[in-house]
Design a protein around this ligand. Structure first.
Ligand code: M2E
Length: 250
């Protein structure tokens, strides 16, 4: 019998979701011009993606632009839309290099035709990659997601293909975004706020939550690595009594 058994597969997070908050405060703190915090934030994601690949994480989902972000000043919305398009173009060679599948979730009908086309093209070109999925949430909110799923089921009821009384959580769960990916295991928010802000509500039902004061442009892999280690500890304790934890040897 091995003294130190390998970690059971379920201990490792399969899906990490990140609310990348703190770009504007980073810009102010560093005397950057308006919007330049977002430019700094754009580059913070690359090392995080590489860490997740190395760690064997299957899905990384990031909140790039929420439904509520449409309320920001028009100049900031315009800059974010520009940065989104720029980032998608810049990321494509990296997706090819690392064989990452790029996906988008959110209400695309709110976006310009050009951006929608760029997103569909990026998805099509990376759909066959299987090293990891990188999911970008744009014009997304958890409540929109659930309402959108309900609308599709209601349509089927209206067409006589489904009985209302047959709808249950499993069925609704097949119509929310990312139904084909594992549920969120770890939900991280940078920037010091303690809110979910309407991110992946359905998908995060059982997620372990992590909050850090670190502003998104300052978030580094060392901190993520420590959070993943913490997650593994929490999983090991899950469902055990304190006595079992004291006597366990691994
Ligand atoms: C992102 C978008 O605030 C956003 C500005 C643009 C970059 N960004 C943060 C993203 O989240 C698209 C891809 Cl492909 C990667 C990252």
């Amino acid at each position: 019998m091995s003294i130190s058994p390998p970690l059971a597969p379920f201990l490792v997070p399969r899906h990490i979701a990140i609310i990348m908050d703190g770009n504007n405060r980073y810009g102010k703190a560093n005397d950057l011009g308006k919007g330049e915090g977002h430019v700094a934030g754009k580059d913070a994601l690359d090392p995080i993606v590489e860490y997740c690949l190395d760690a064997g994480i299957e899905v990384l989902t990031v909140f790039a632009f929420s439904s509520e972000n449409w309320q920001r000043p028009p100049s900031e919305v315009a800059l974010l839309m520009h940065l989104l398009a720029l980032t998608i173009n810049q990321q494509m060679p990296r997706m090819q290099k690392y064989r990452i599948r790029l996906r988008f979730v959110g209400d695309r009908s709110q976006l310009t035709a050009d951006l929608q086309e760029l997103m569909a093209d990026a998805e099509a070109k990376t759909a066959h990659f299987d090293a990891m999925s990188l999911v970008i949430a744009i014009s997304y909110s958890g409540q929109w997601d659930i309402a959108h799923a309900a609308q599709q089921l209601a349509q089927q009821v209206q067409e006589g293909q489904l009985r209302a009384e047959d709808i249950d959580k499993n069925m609704l769960g097949q119509y929310v975004q990312l139904a084909d990916e594992p549920a969120v295991d770890m939900l991280i928010r940078t920037g010091g706020e303690y809110r979910l802000s309407n991110f992946l509500l359905w998908q995060s039902a059982y997620a372990e939550l992590f909050f850090t004061q670190t502003l998104w442009p300052n978030f580094e892999t060392a901190e993520l690595k420590a959070m993943v280690a913490d997650f593994c500890q929490r999983q090991r304790r899950f469902g055990k009594t304190s006595e079992q934890i004291e006597t366990q040897t691994s």
